[in-house]
Design a protein around this ligand. Structure first.
Ligand code: ARG
Length: 465
């Protein structure tokens, strides 16, 4: 297949160079965006009288024919072409002849690819936002059903204070909500059209860049043509936001793996989301959660790779930038899969509420509340901390818990203990009295859940299209 640029060469490109240089194997993914961008471009060219209306119509018809034929499998994208832009142009010229050669007037592949990639990425920023919203819906449903499902809260993976499943999930609700906010920020910042920047210095044709931008739903055109062809910040921001999504998914996966372990048995992952072992018949493994945790690495990798690729590139376009595509595509595929699978796993996972509550009952998760009880009886907190520390030691030696000690035993350690200590250190009291904003007590949680409901009813990024 002929190249777009043979004129000044006297010798054919070496085969190995063609293969090394070509991007069609992966930028074929930009086919629809490439057609969309070209349609907007020629529409603008005709409006500016750079093309006649007839030429415009011929080109538009040719382009929609190509799109249709590729979409319904009548035409294969020819992988001997250098890139998707060359394929579309060559195919157009093959179909409509010389008029097709006018399509690239006032355009370079540099602004063309910058546009294609931006259109593609914009779509996937919107998709990530939608998938995150679906995940938040699943999380909120679990929260609403589990306001009174007690479980231990941990620090250092040691039991710390009792909390509820709703409260624990609520932490992830906050994380994934911030992830959505990051998508919205990125969308706002990236939604400017680079087309019309030309190779790097704009063009002498009277292009109407405002018009082209509006045809494709951008907020406006970019403001510096050199930046337009060499900006990949929006991809770095997107990969960074995707990395953060993966970090959150990975932490949640790790907890599910722990909760699903034989030792904890807080949850049971549904059969549909578990896998077996080829040798050990008893096994039901949390492979989905493990894979999500594992795939976090490749998304971080894409971010680090693109940051590194970009760091030494002088203005404006350099071929290094072609490397942005495979990295971004792989990260997008990975995160979209992980979000979908994770939401499915969460939706079908069962909770063993008795085991969670039993676990919250032991391990001295009520020790802070016992100290607070003494504070209520006039003991300074630091002294109360020391008294309860000795009480815990006593319980450890006796293999019992604070709430199971007799009043005599308790008073043997401090004469401040009275009958009301039992109520003060009960699981219910420990949780339900924690009513500060953001705490696990039911009344505090209900207020937050109400806000979450309203938030999920707000518009999505898709609505801004
Ligand atoms: N395949 C190229 C890329 O992805 C398209 C732009 C080519 N521009 C150039 N001057 N060679 O970056």
């Amino acid at each position: 297949m002929a190249q777009l640029w043979g004129g000044r060469f006297t010798k054919a490109t070496d085969r190995t160079v063609c293969d090394f240089n070509a991007s069609i194997r992966f930028d074929r993914r930009l086919f629809h965006e490439d057609i969309e961008g070209s349609m907007a471009h020629v529409t603008m060219l005709a409006r500016q009288k750079i093309l006649t209306e007839r030429e415009r119509d011929e080109i538009l018809k040719g382009l929609s024919g190509i799109r249709e034929d590729v979409d319904n499998g009548k035409l294969d994208i020819d992988e001997t072409c250098e890139d998707i832009h060359s394929f579309v142009e060559a195919e157009l010229i093959r179909r409509i002849g010389d008029t097709g050669k006018k399509m690239h007037t006032g355009r370079s592949r540099n602004d063309q690819v910058a546009l294609d990639m931006r259109l593609y990425t914009r779509k996937h920023v919107i998709r990530a936002d939608g998938l995150l919203r679906e995940l938040l819906t699943v999380i909120l449903a679990v929260m609403e059903e589990n306001l009174g499902t007690y479980m231990p809260g941990f620090t250092h993976l040691q039991k710390a204070q009792p909390t509820t499943l709703a409260h624990h999930y609520g932490a992830y609700f906050e994380m994934f909500r911030r992830d959505r906010q990051r998508m919205a920020d990125i969308y706002r910042r990236m939604n400017y059209c680079p087309l019309g920047a030309g190779a790097l210095a704009g063009t002498t044709y009277p292009l109407d860049r405002e018009y082209t931008a509006s045809l494709m739903g951008f907020a406006g055109p970019t403001q510096n043509s050199m930046d337009s062809v060499s900006d990949r910040d929006y991809l770095i921001e997107f990969l960074s936001a995707l990395s953060t999504v993966m970090m959150h998914l990975s932490r949640f996966s790790e907890e599910i793996i722990i909760w699903n372990s034989n030792e904890y048995q807080f949850v049971e992952i549904d059969d549909a989301y578990s896998t077996g072992s080829s040798i050990m018949p008893q096994k039901k493994n949390p492979d989905v959660a493990e894979l999500i945790r594992g795939k976090t690495g490749r998304v971080y990798g894409a971010l680090m790779a693109l940051l590194t690729t970009m760091k030494g590139i002088p203005l404006a376009y350099n071929k290094d930038m072609q490397e942005d595509k495979e990295l971004t595509f792989d990260a997008i595929d990975t995160v979209e899969d992980c979000l979908t699978l994770f939401a499915g796993m969460l939706r079908t996972m069962r909770f063993r509420k008795e085991r969670m509550a039993a676990s919250a009952m032991n391990g001295f998760t009520n020790a802070t509340d016992a100290a607070d009880y003494l504070v209520g009886k006039g003991v300074p907190f630091r002294d109360a901390h020391g008294i309860i520390g000795r009480l815990v030691l006593y319980c450890v030696e006796k293999k019992t818990s604070i709430d199971r000690l007799s009043l005599e035993e308790l008073q043997g350690i401090s004469d401040k203990f009275e009958e009301d200590i039992y109520d003060a250190v009960s699981l219910e009291t420990c949780v339900e009295k924690r009513l500060t904003i953001g705490g696990p007590g039911q009344e505090a949680m209900k207020a937050v859940i109400g806000k979450h409901r309203a938030y999920l009813e707000e518009g999505t990024l898709r609505d801004s299209e």
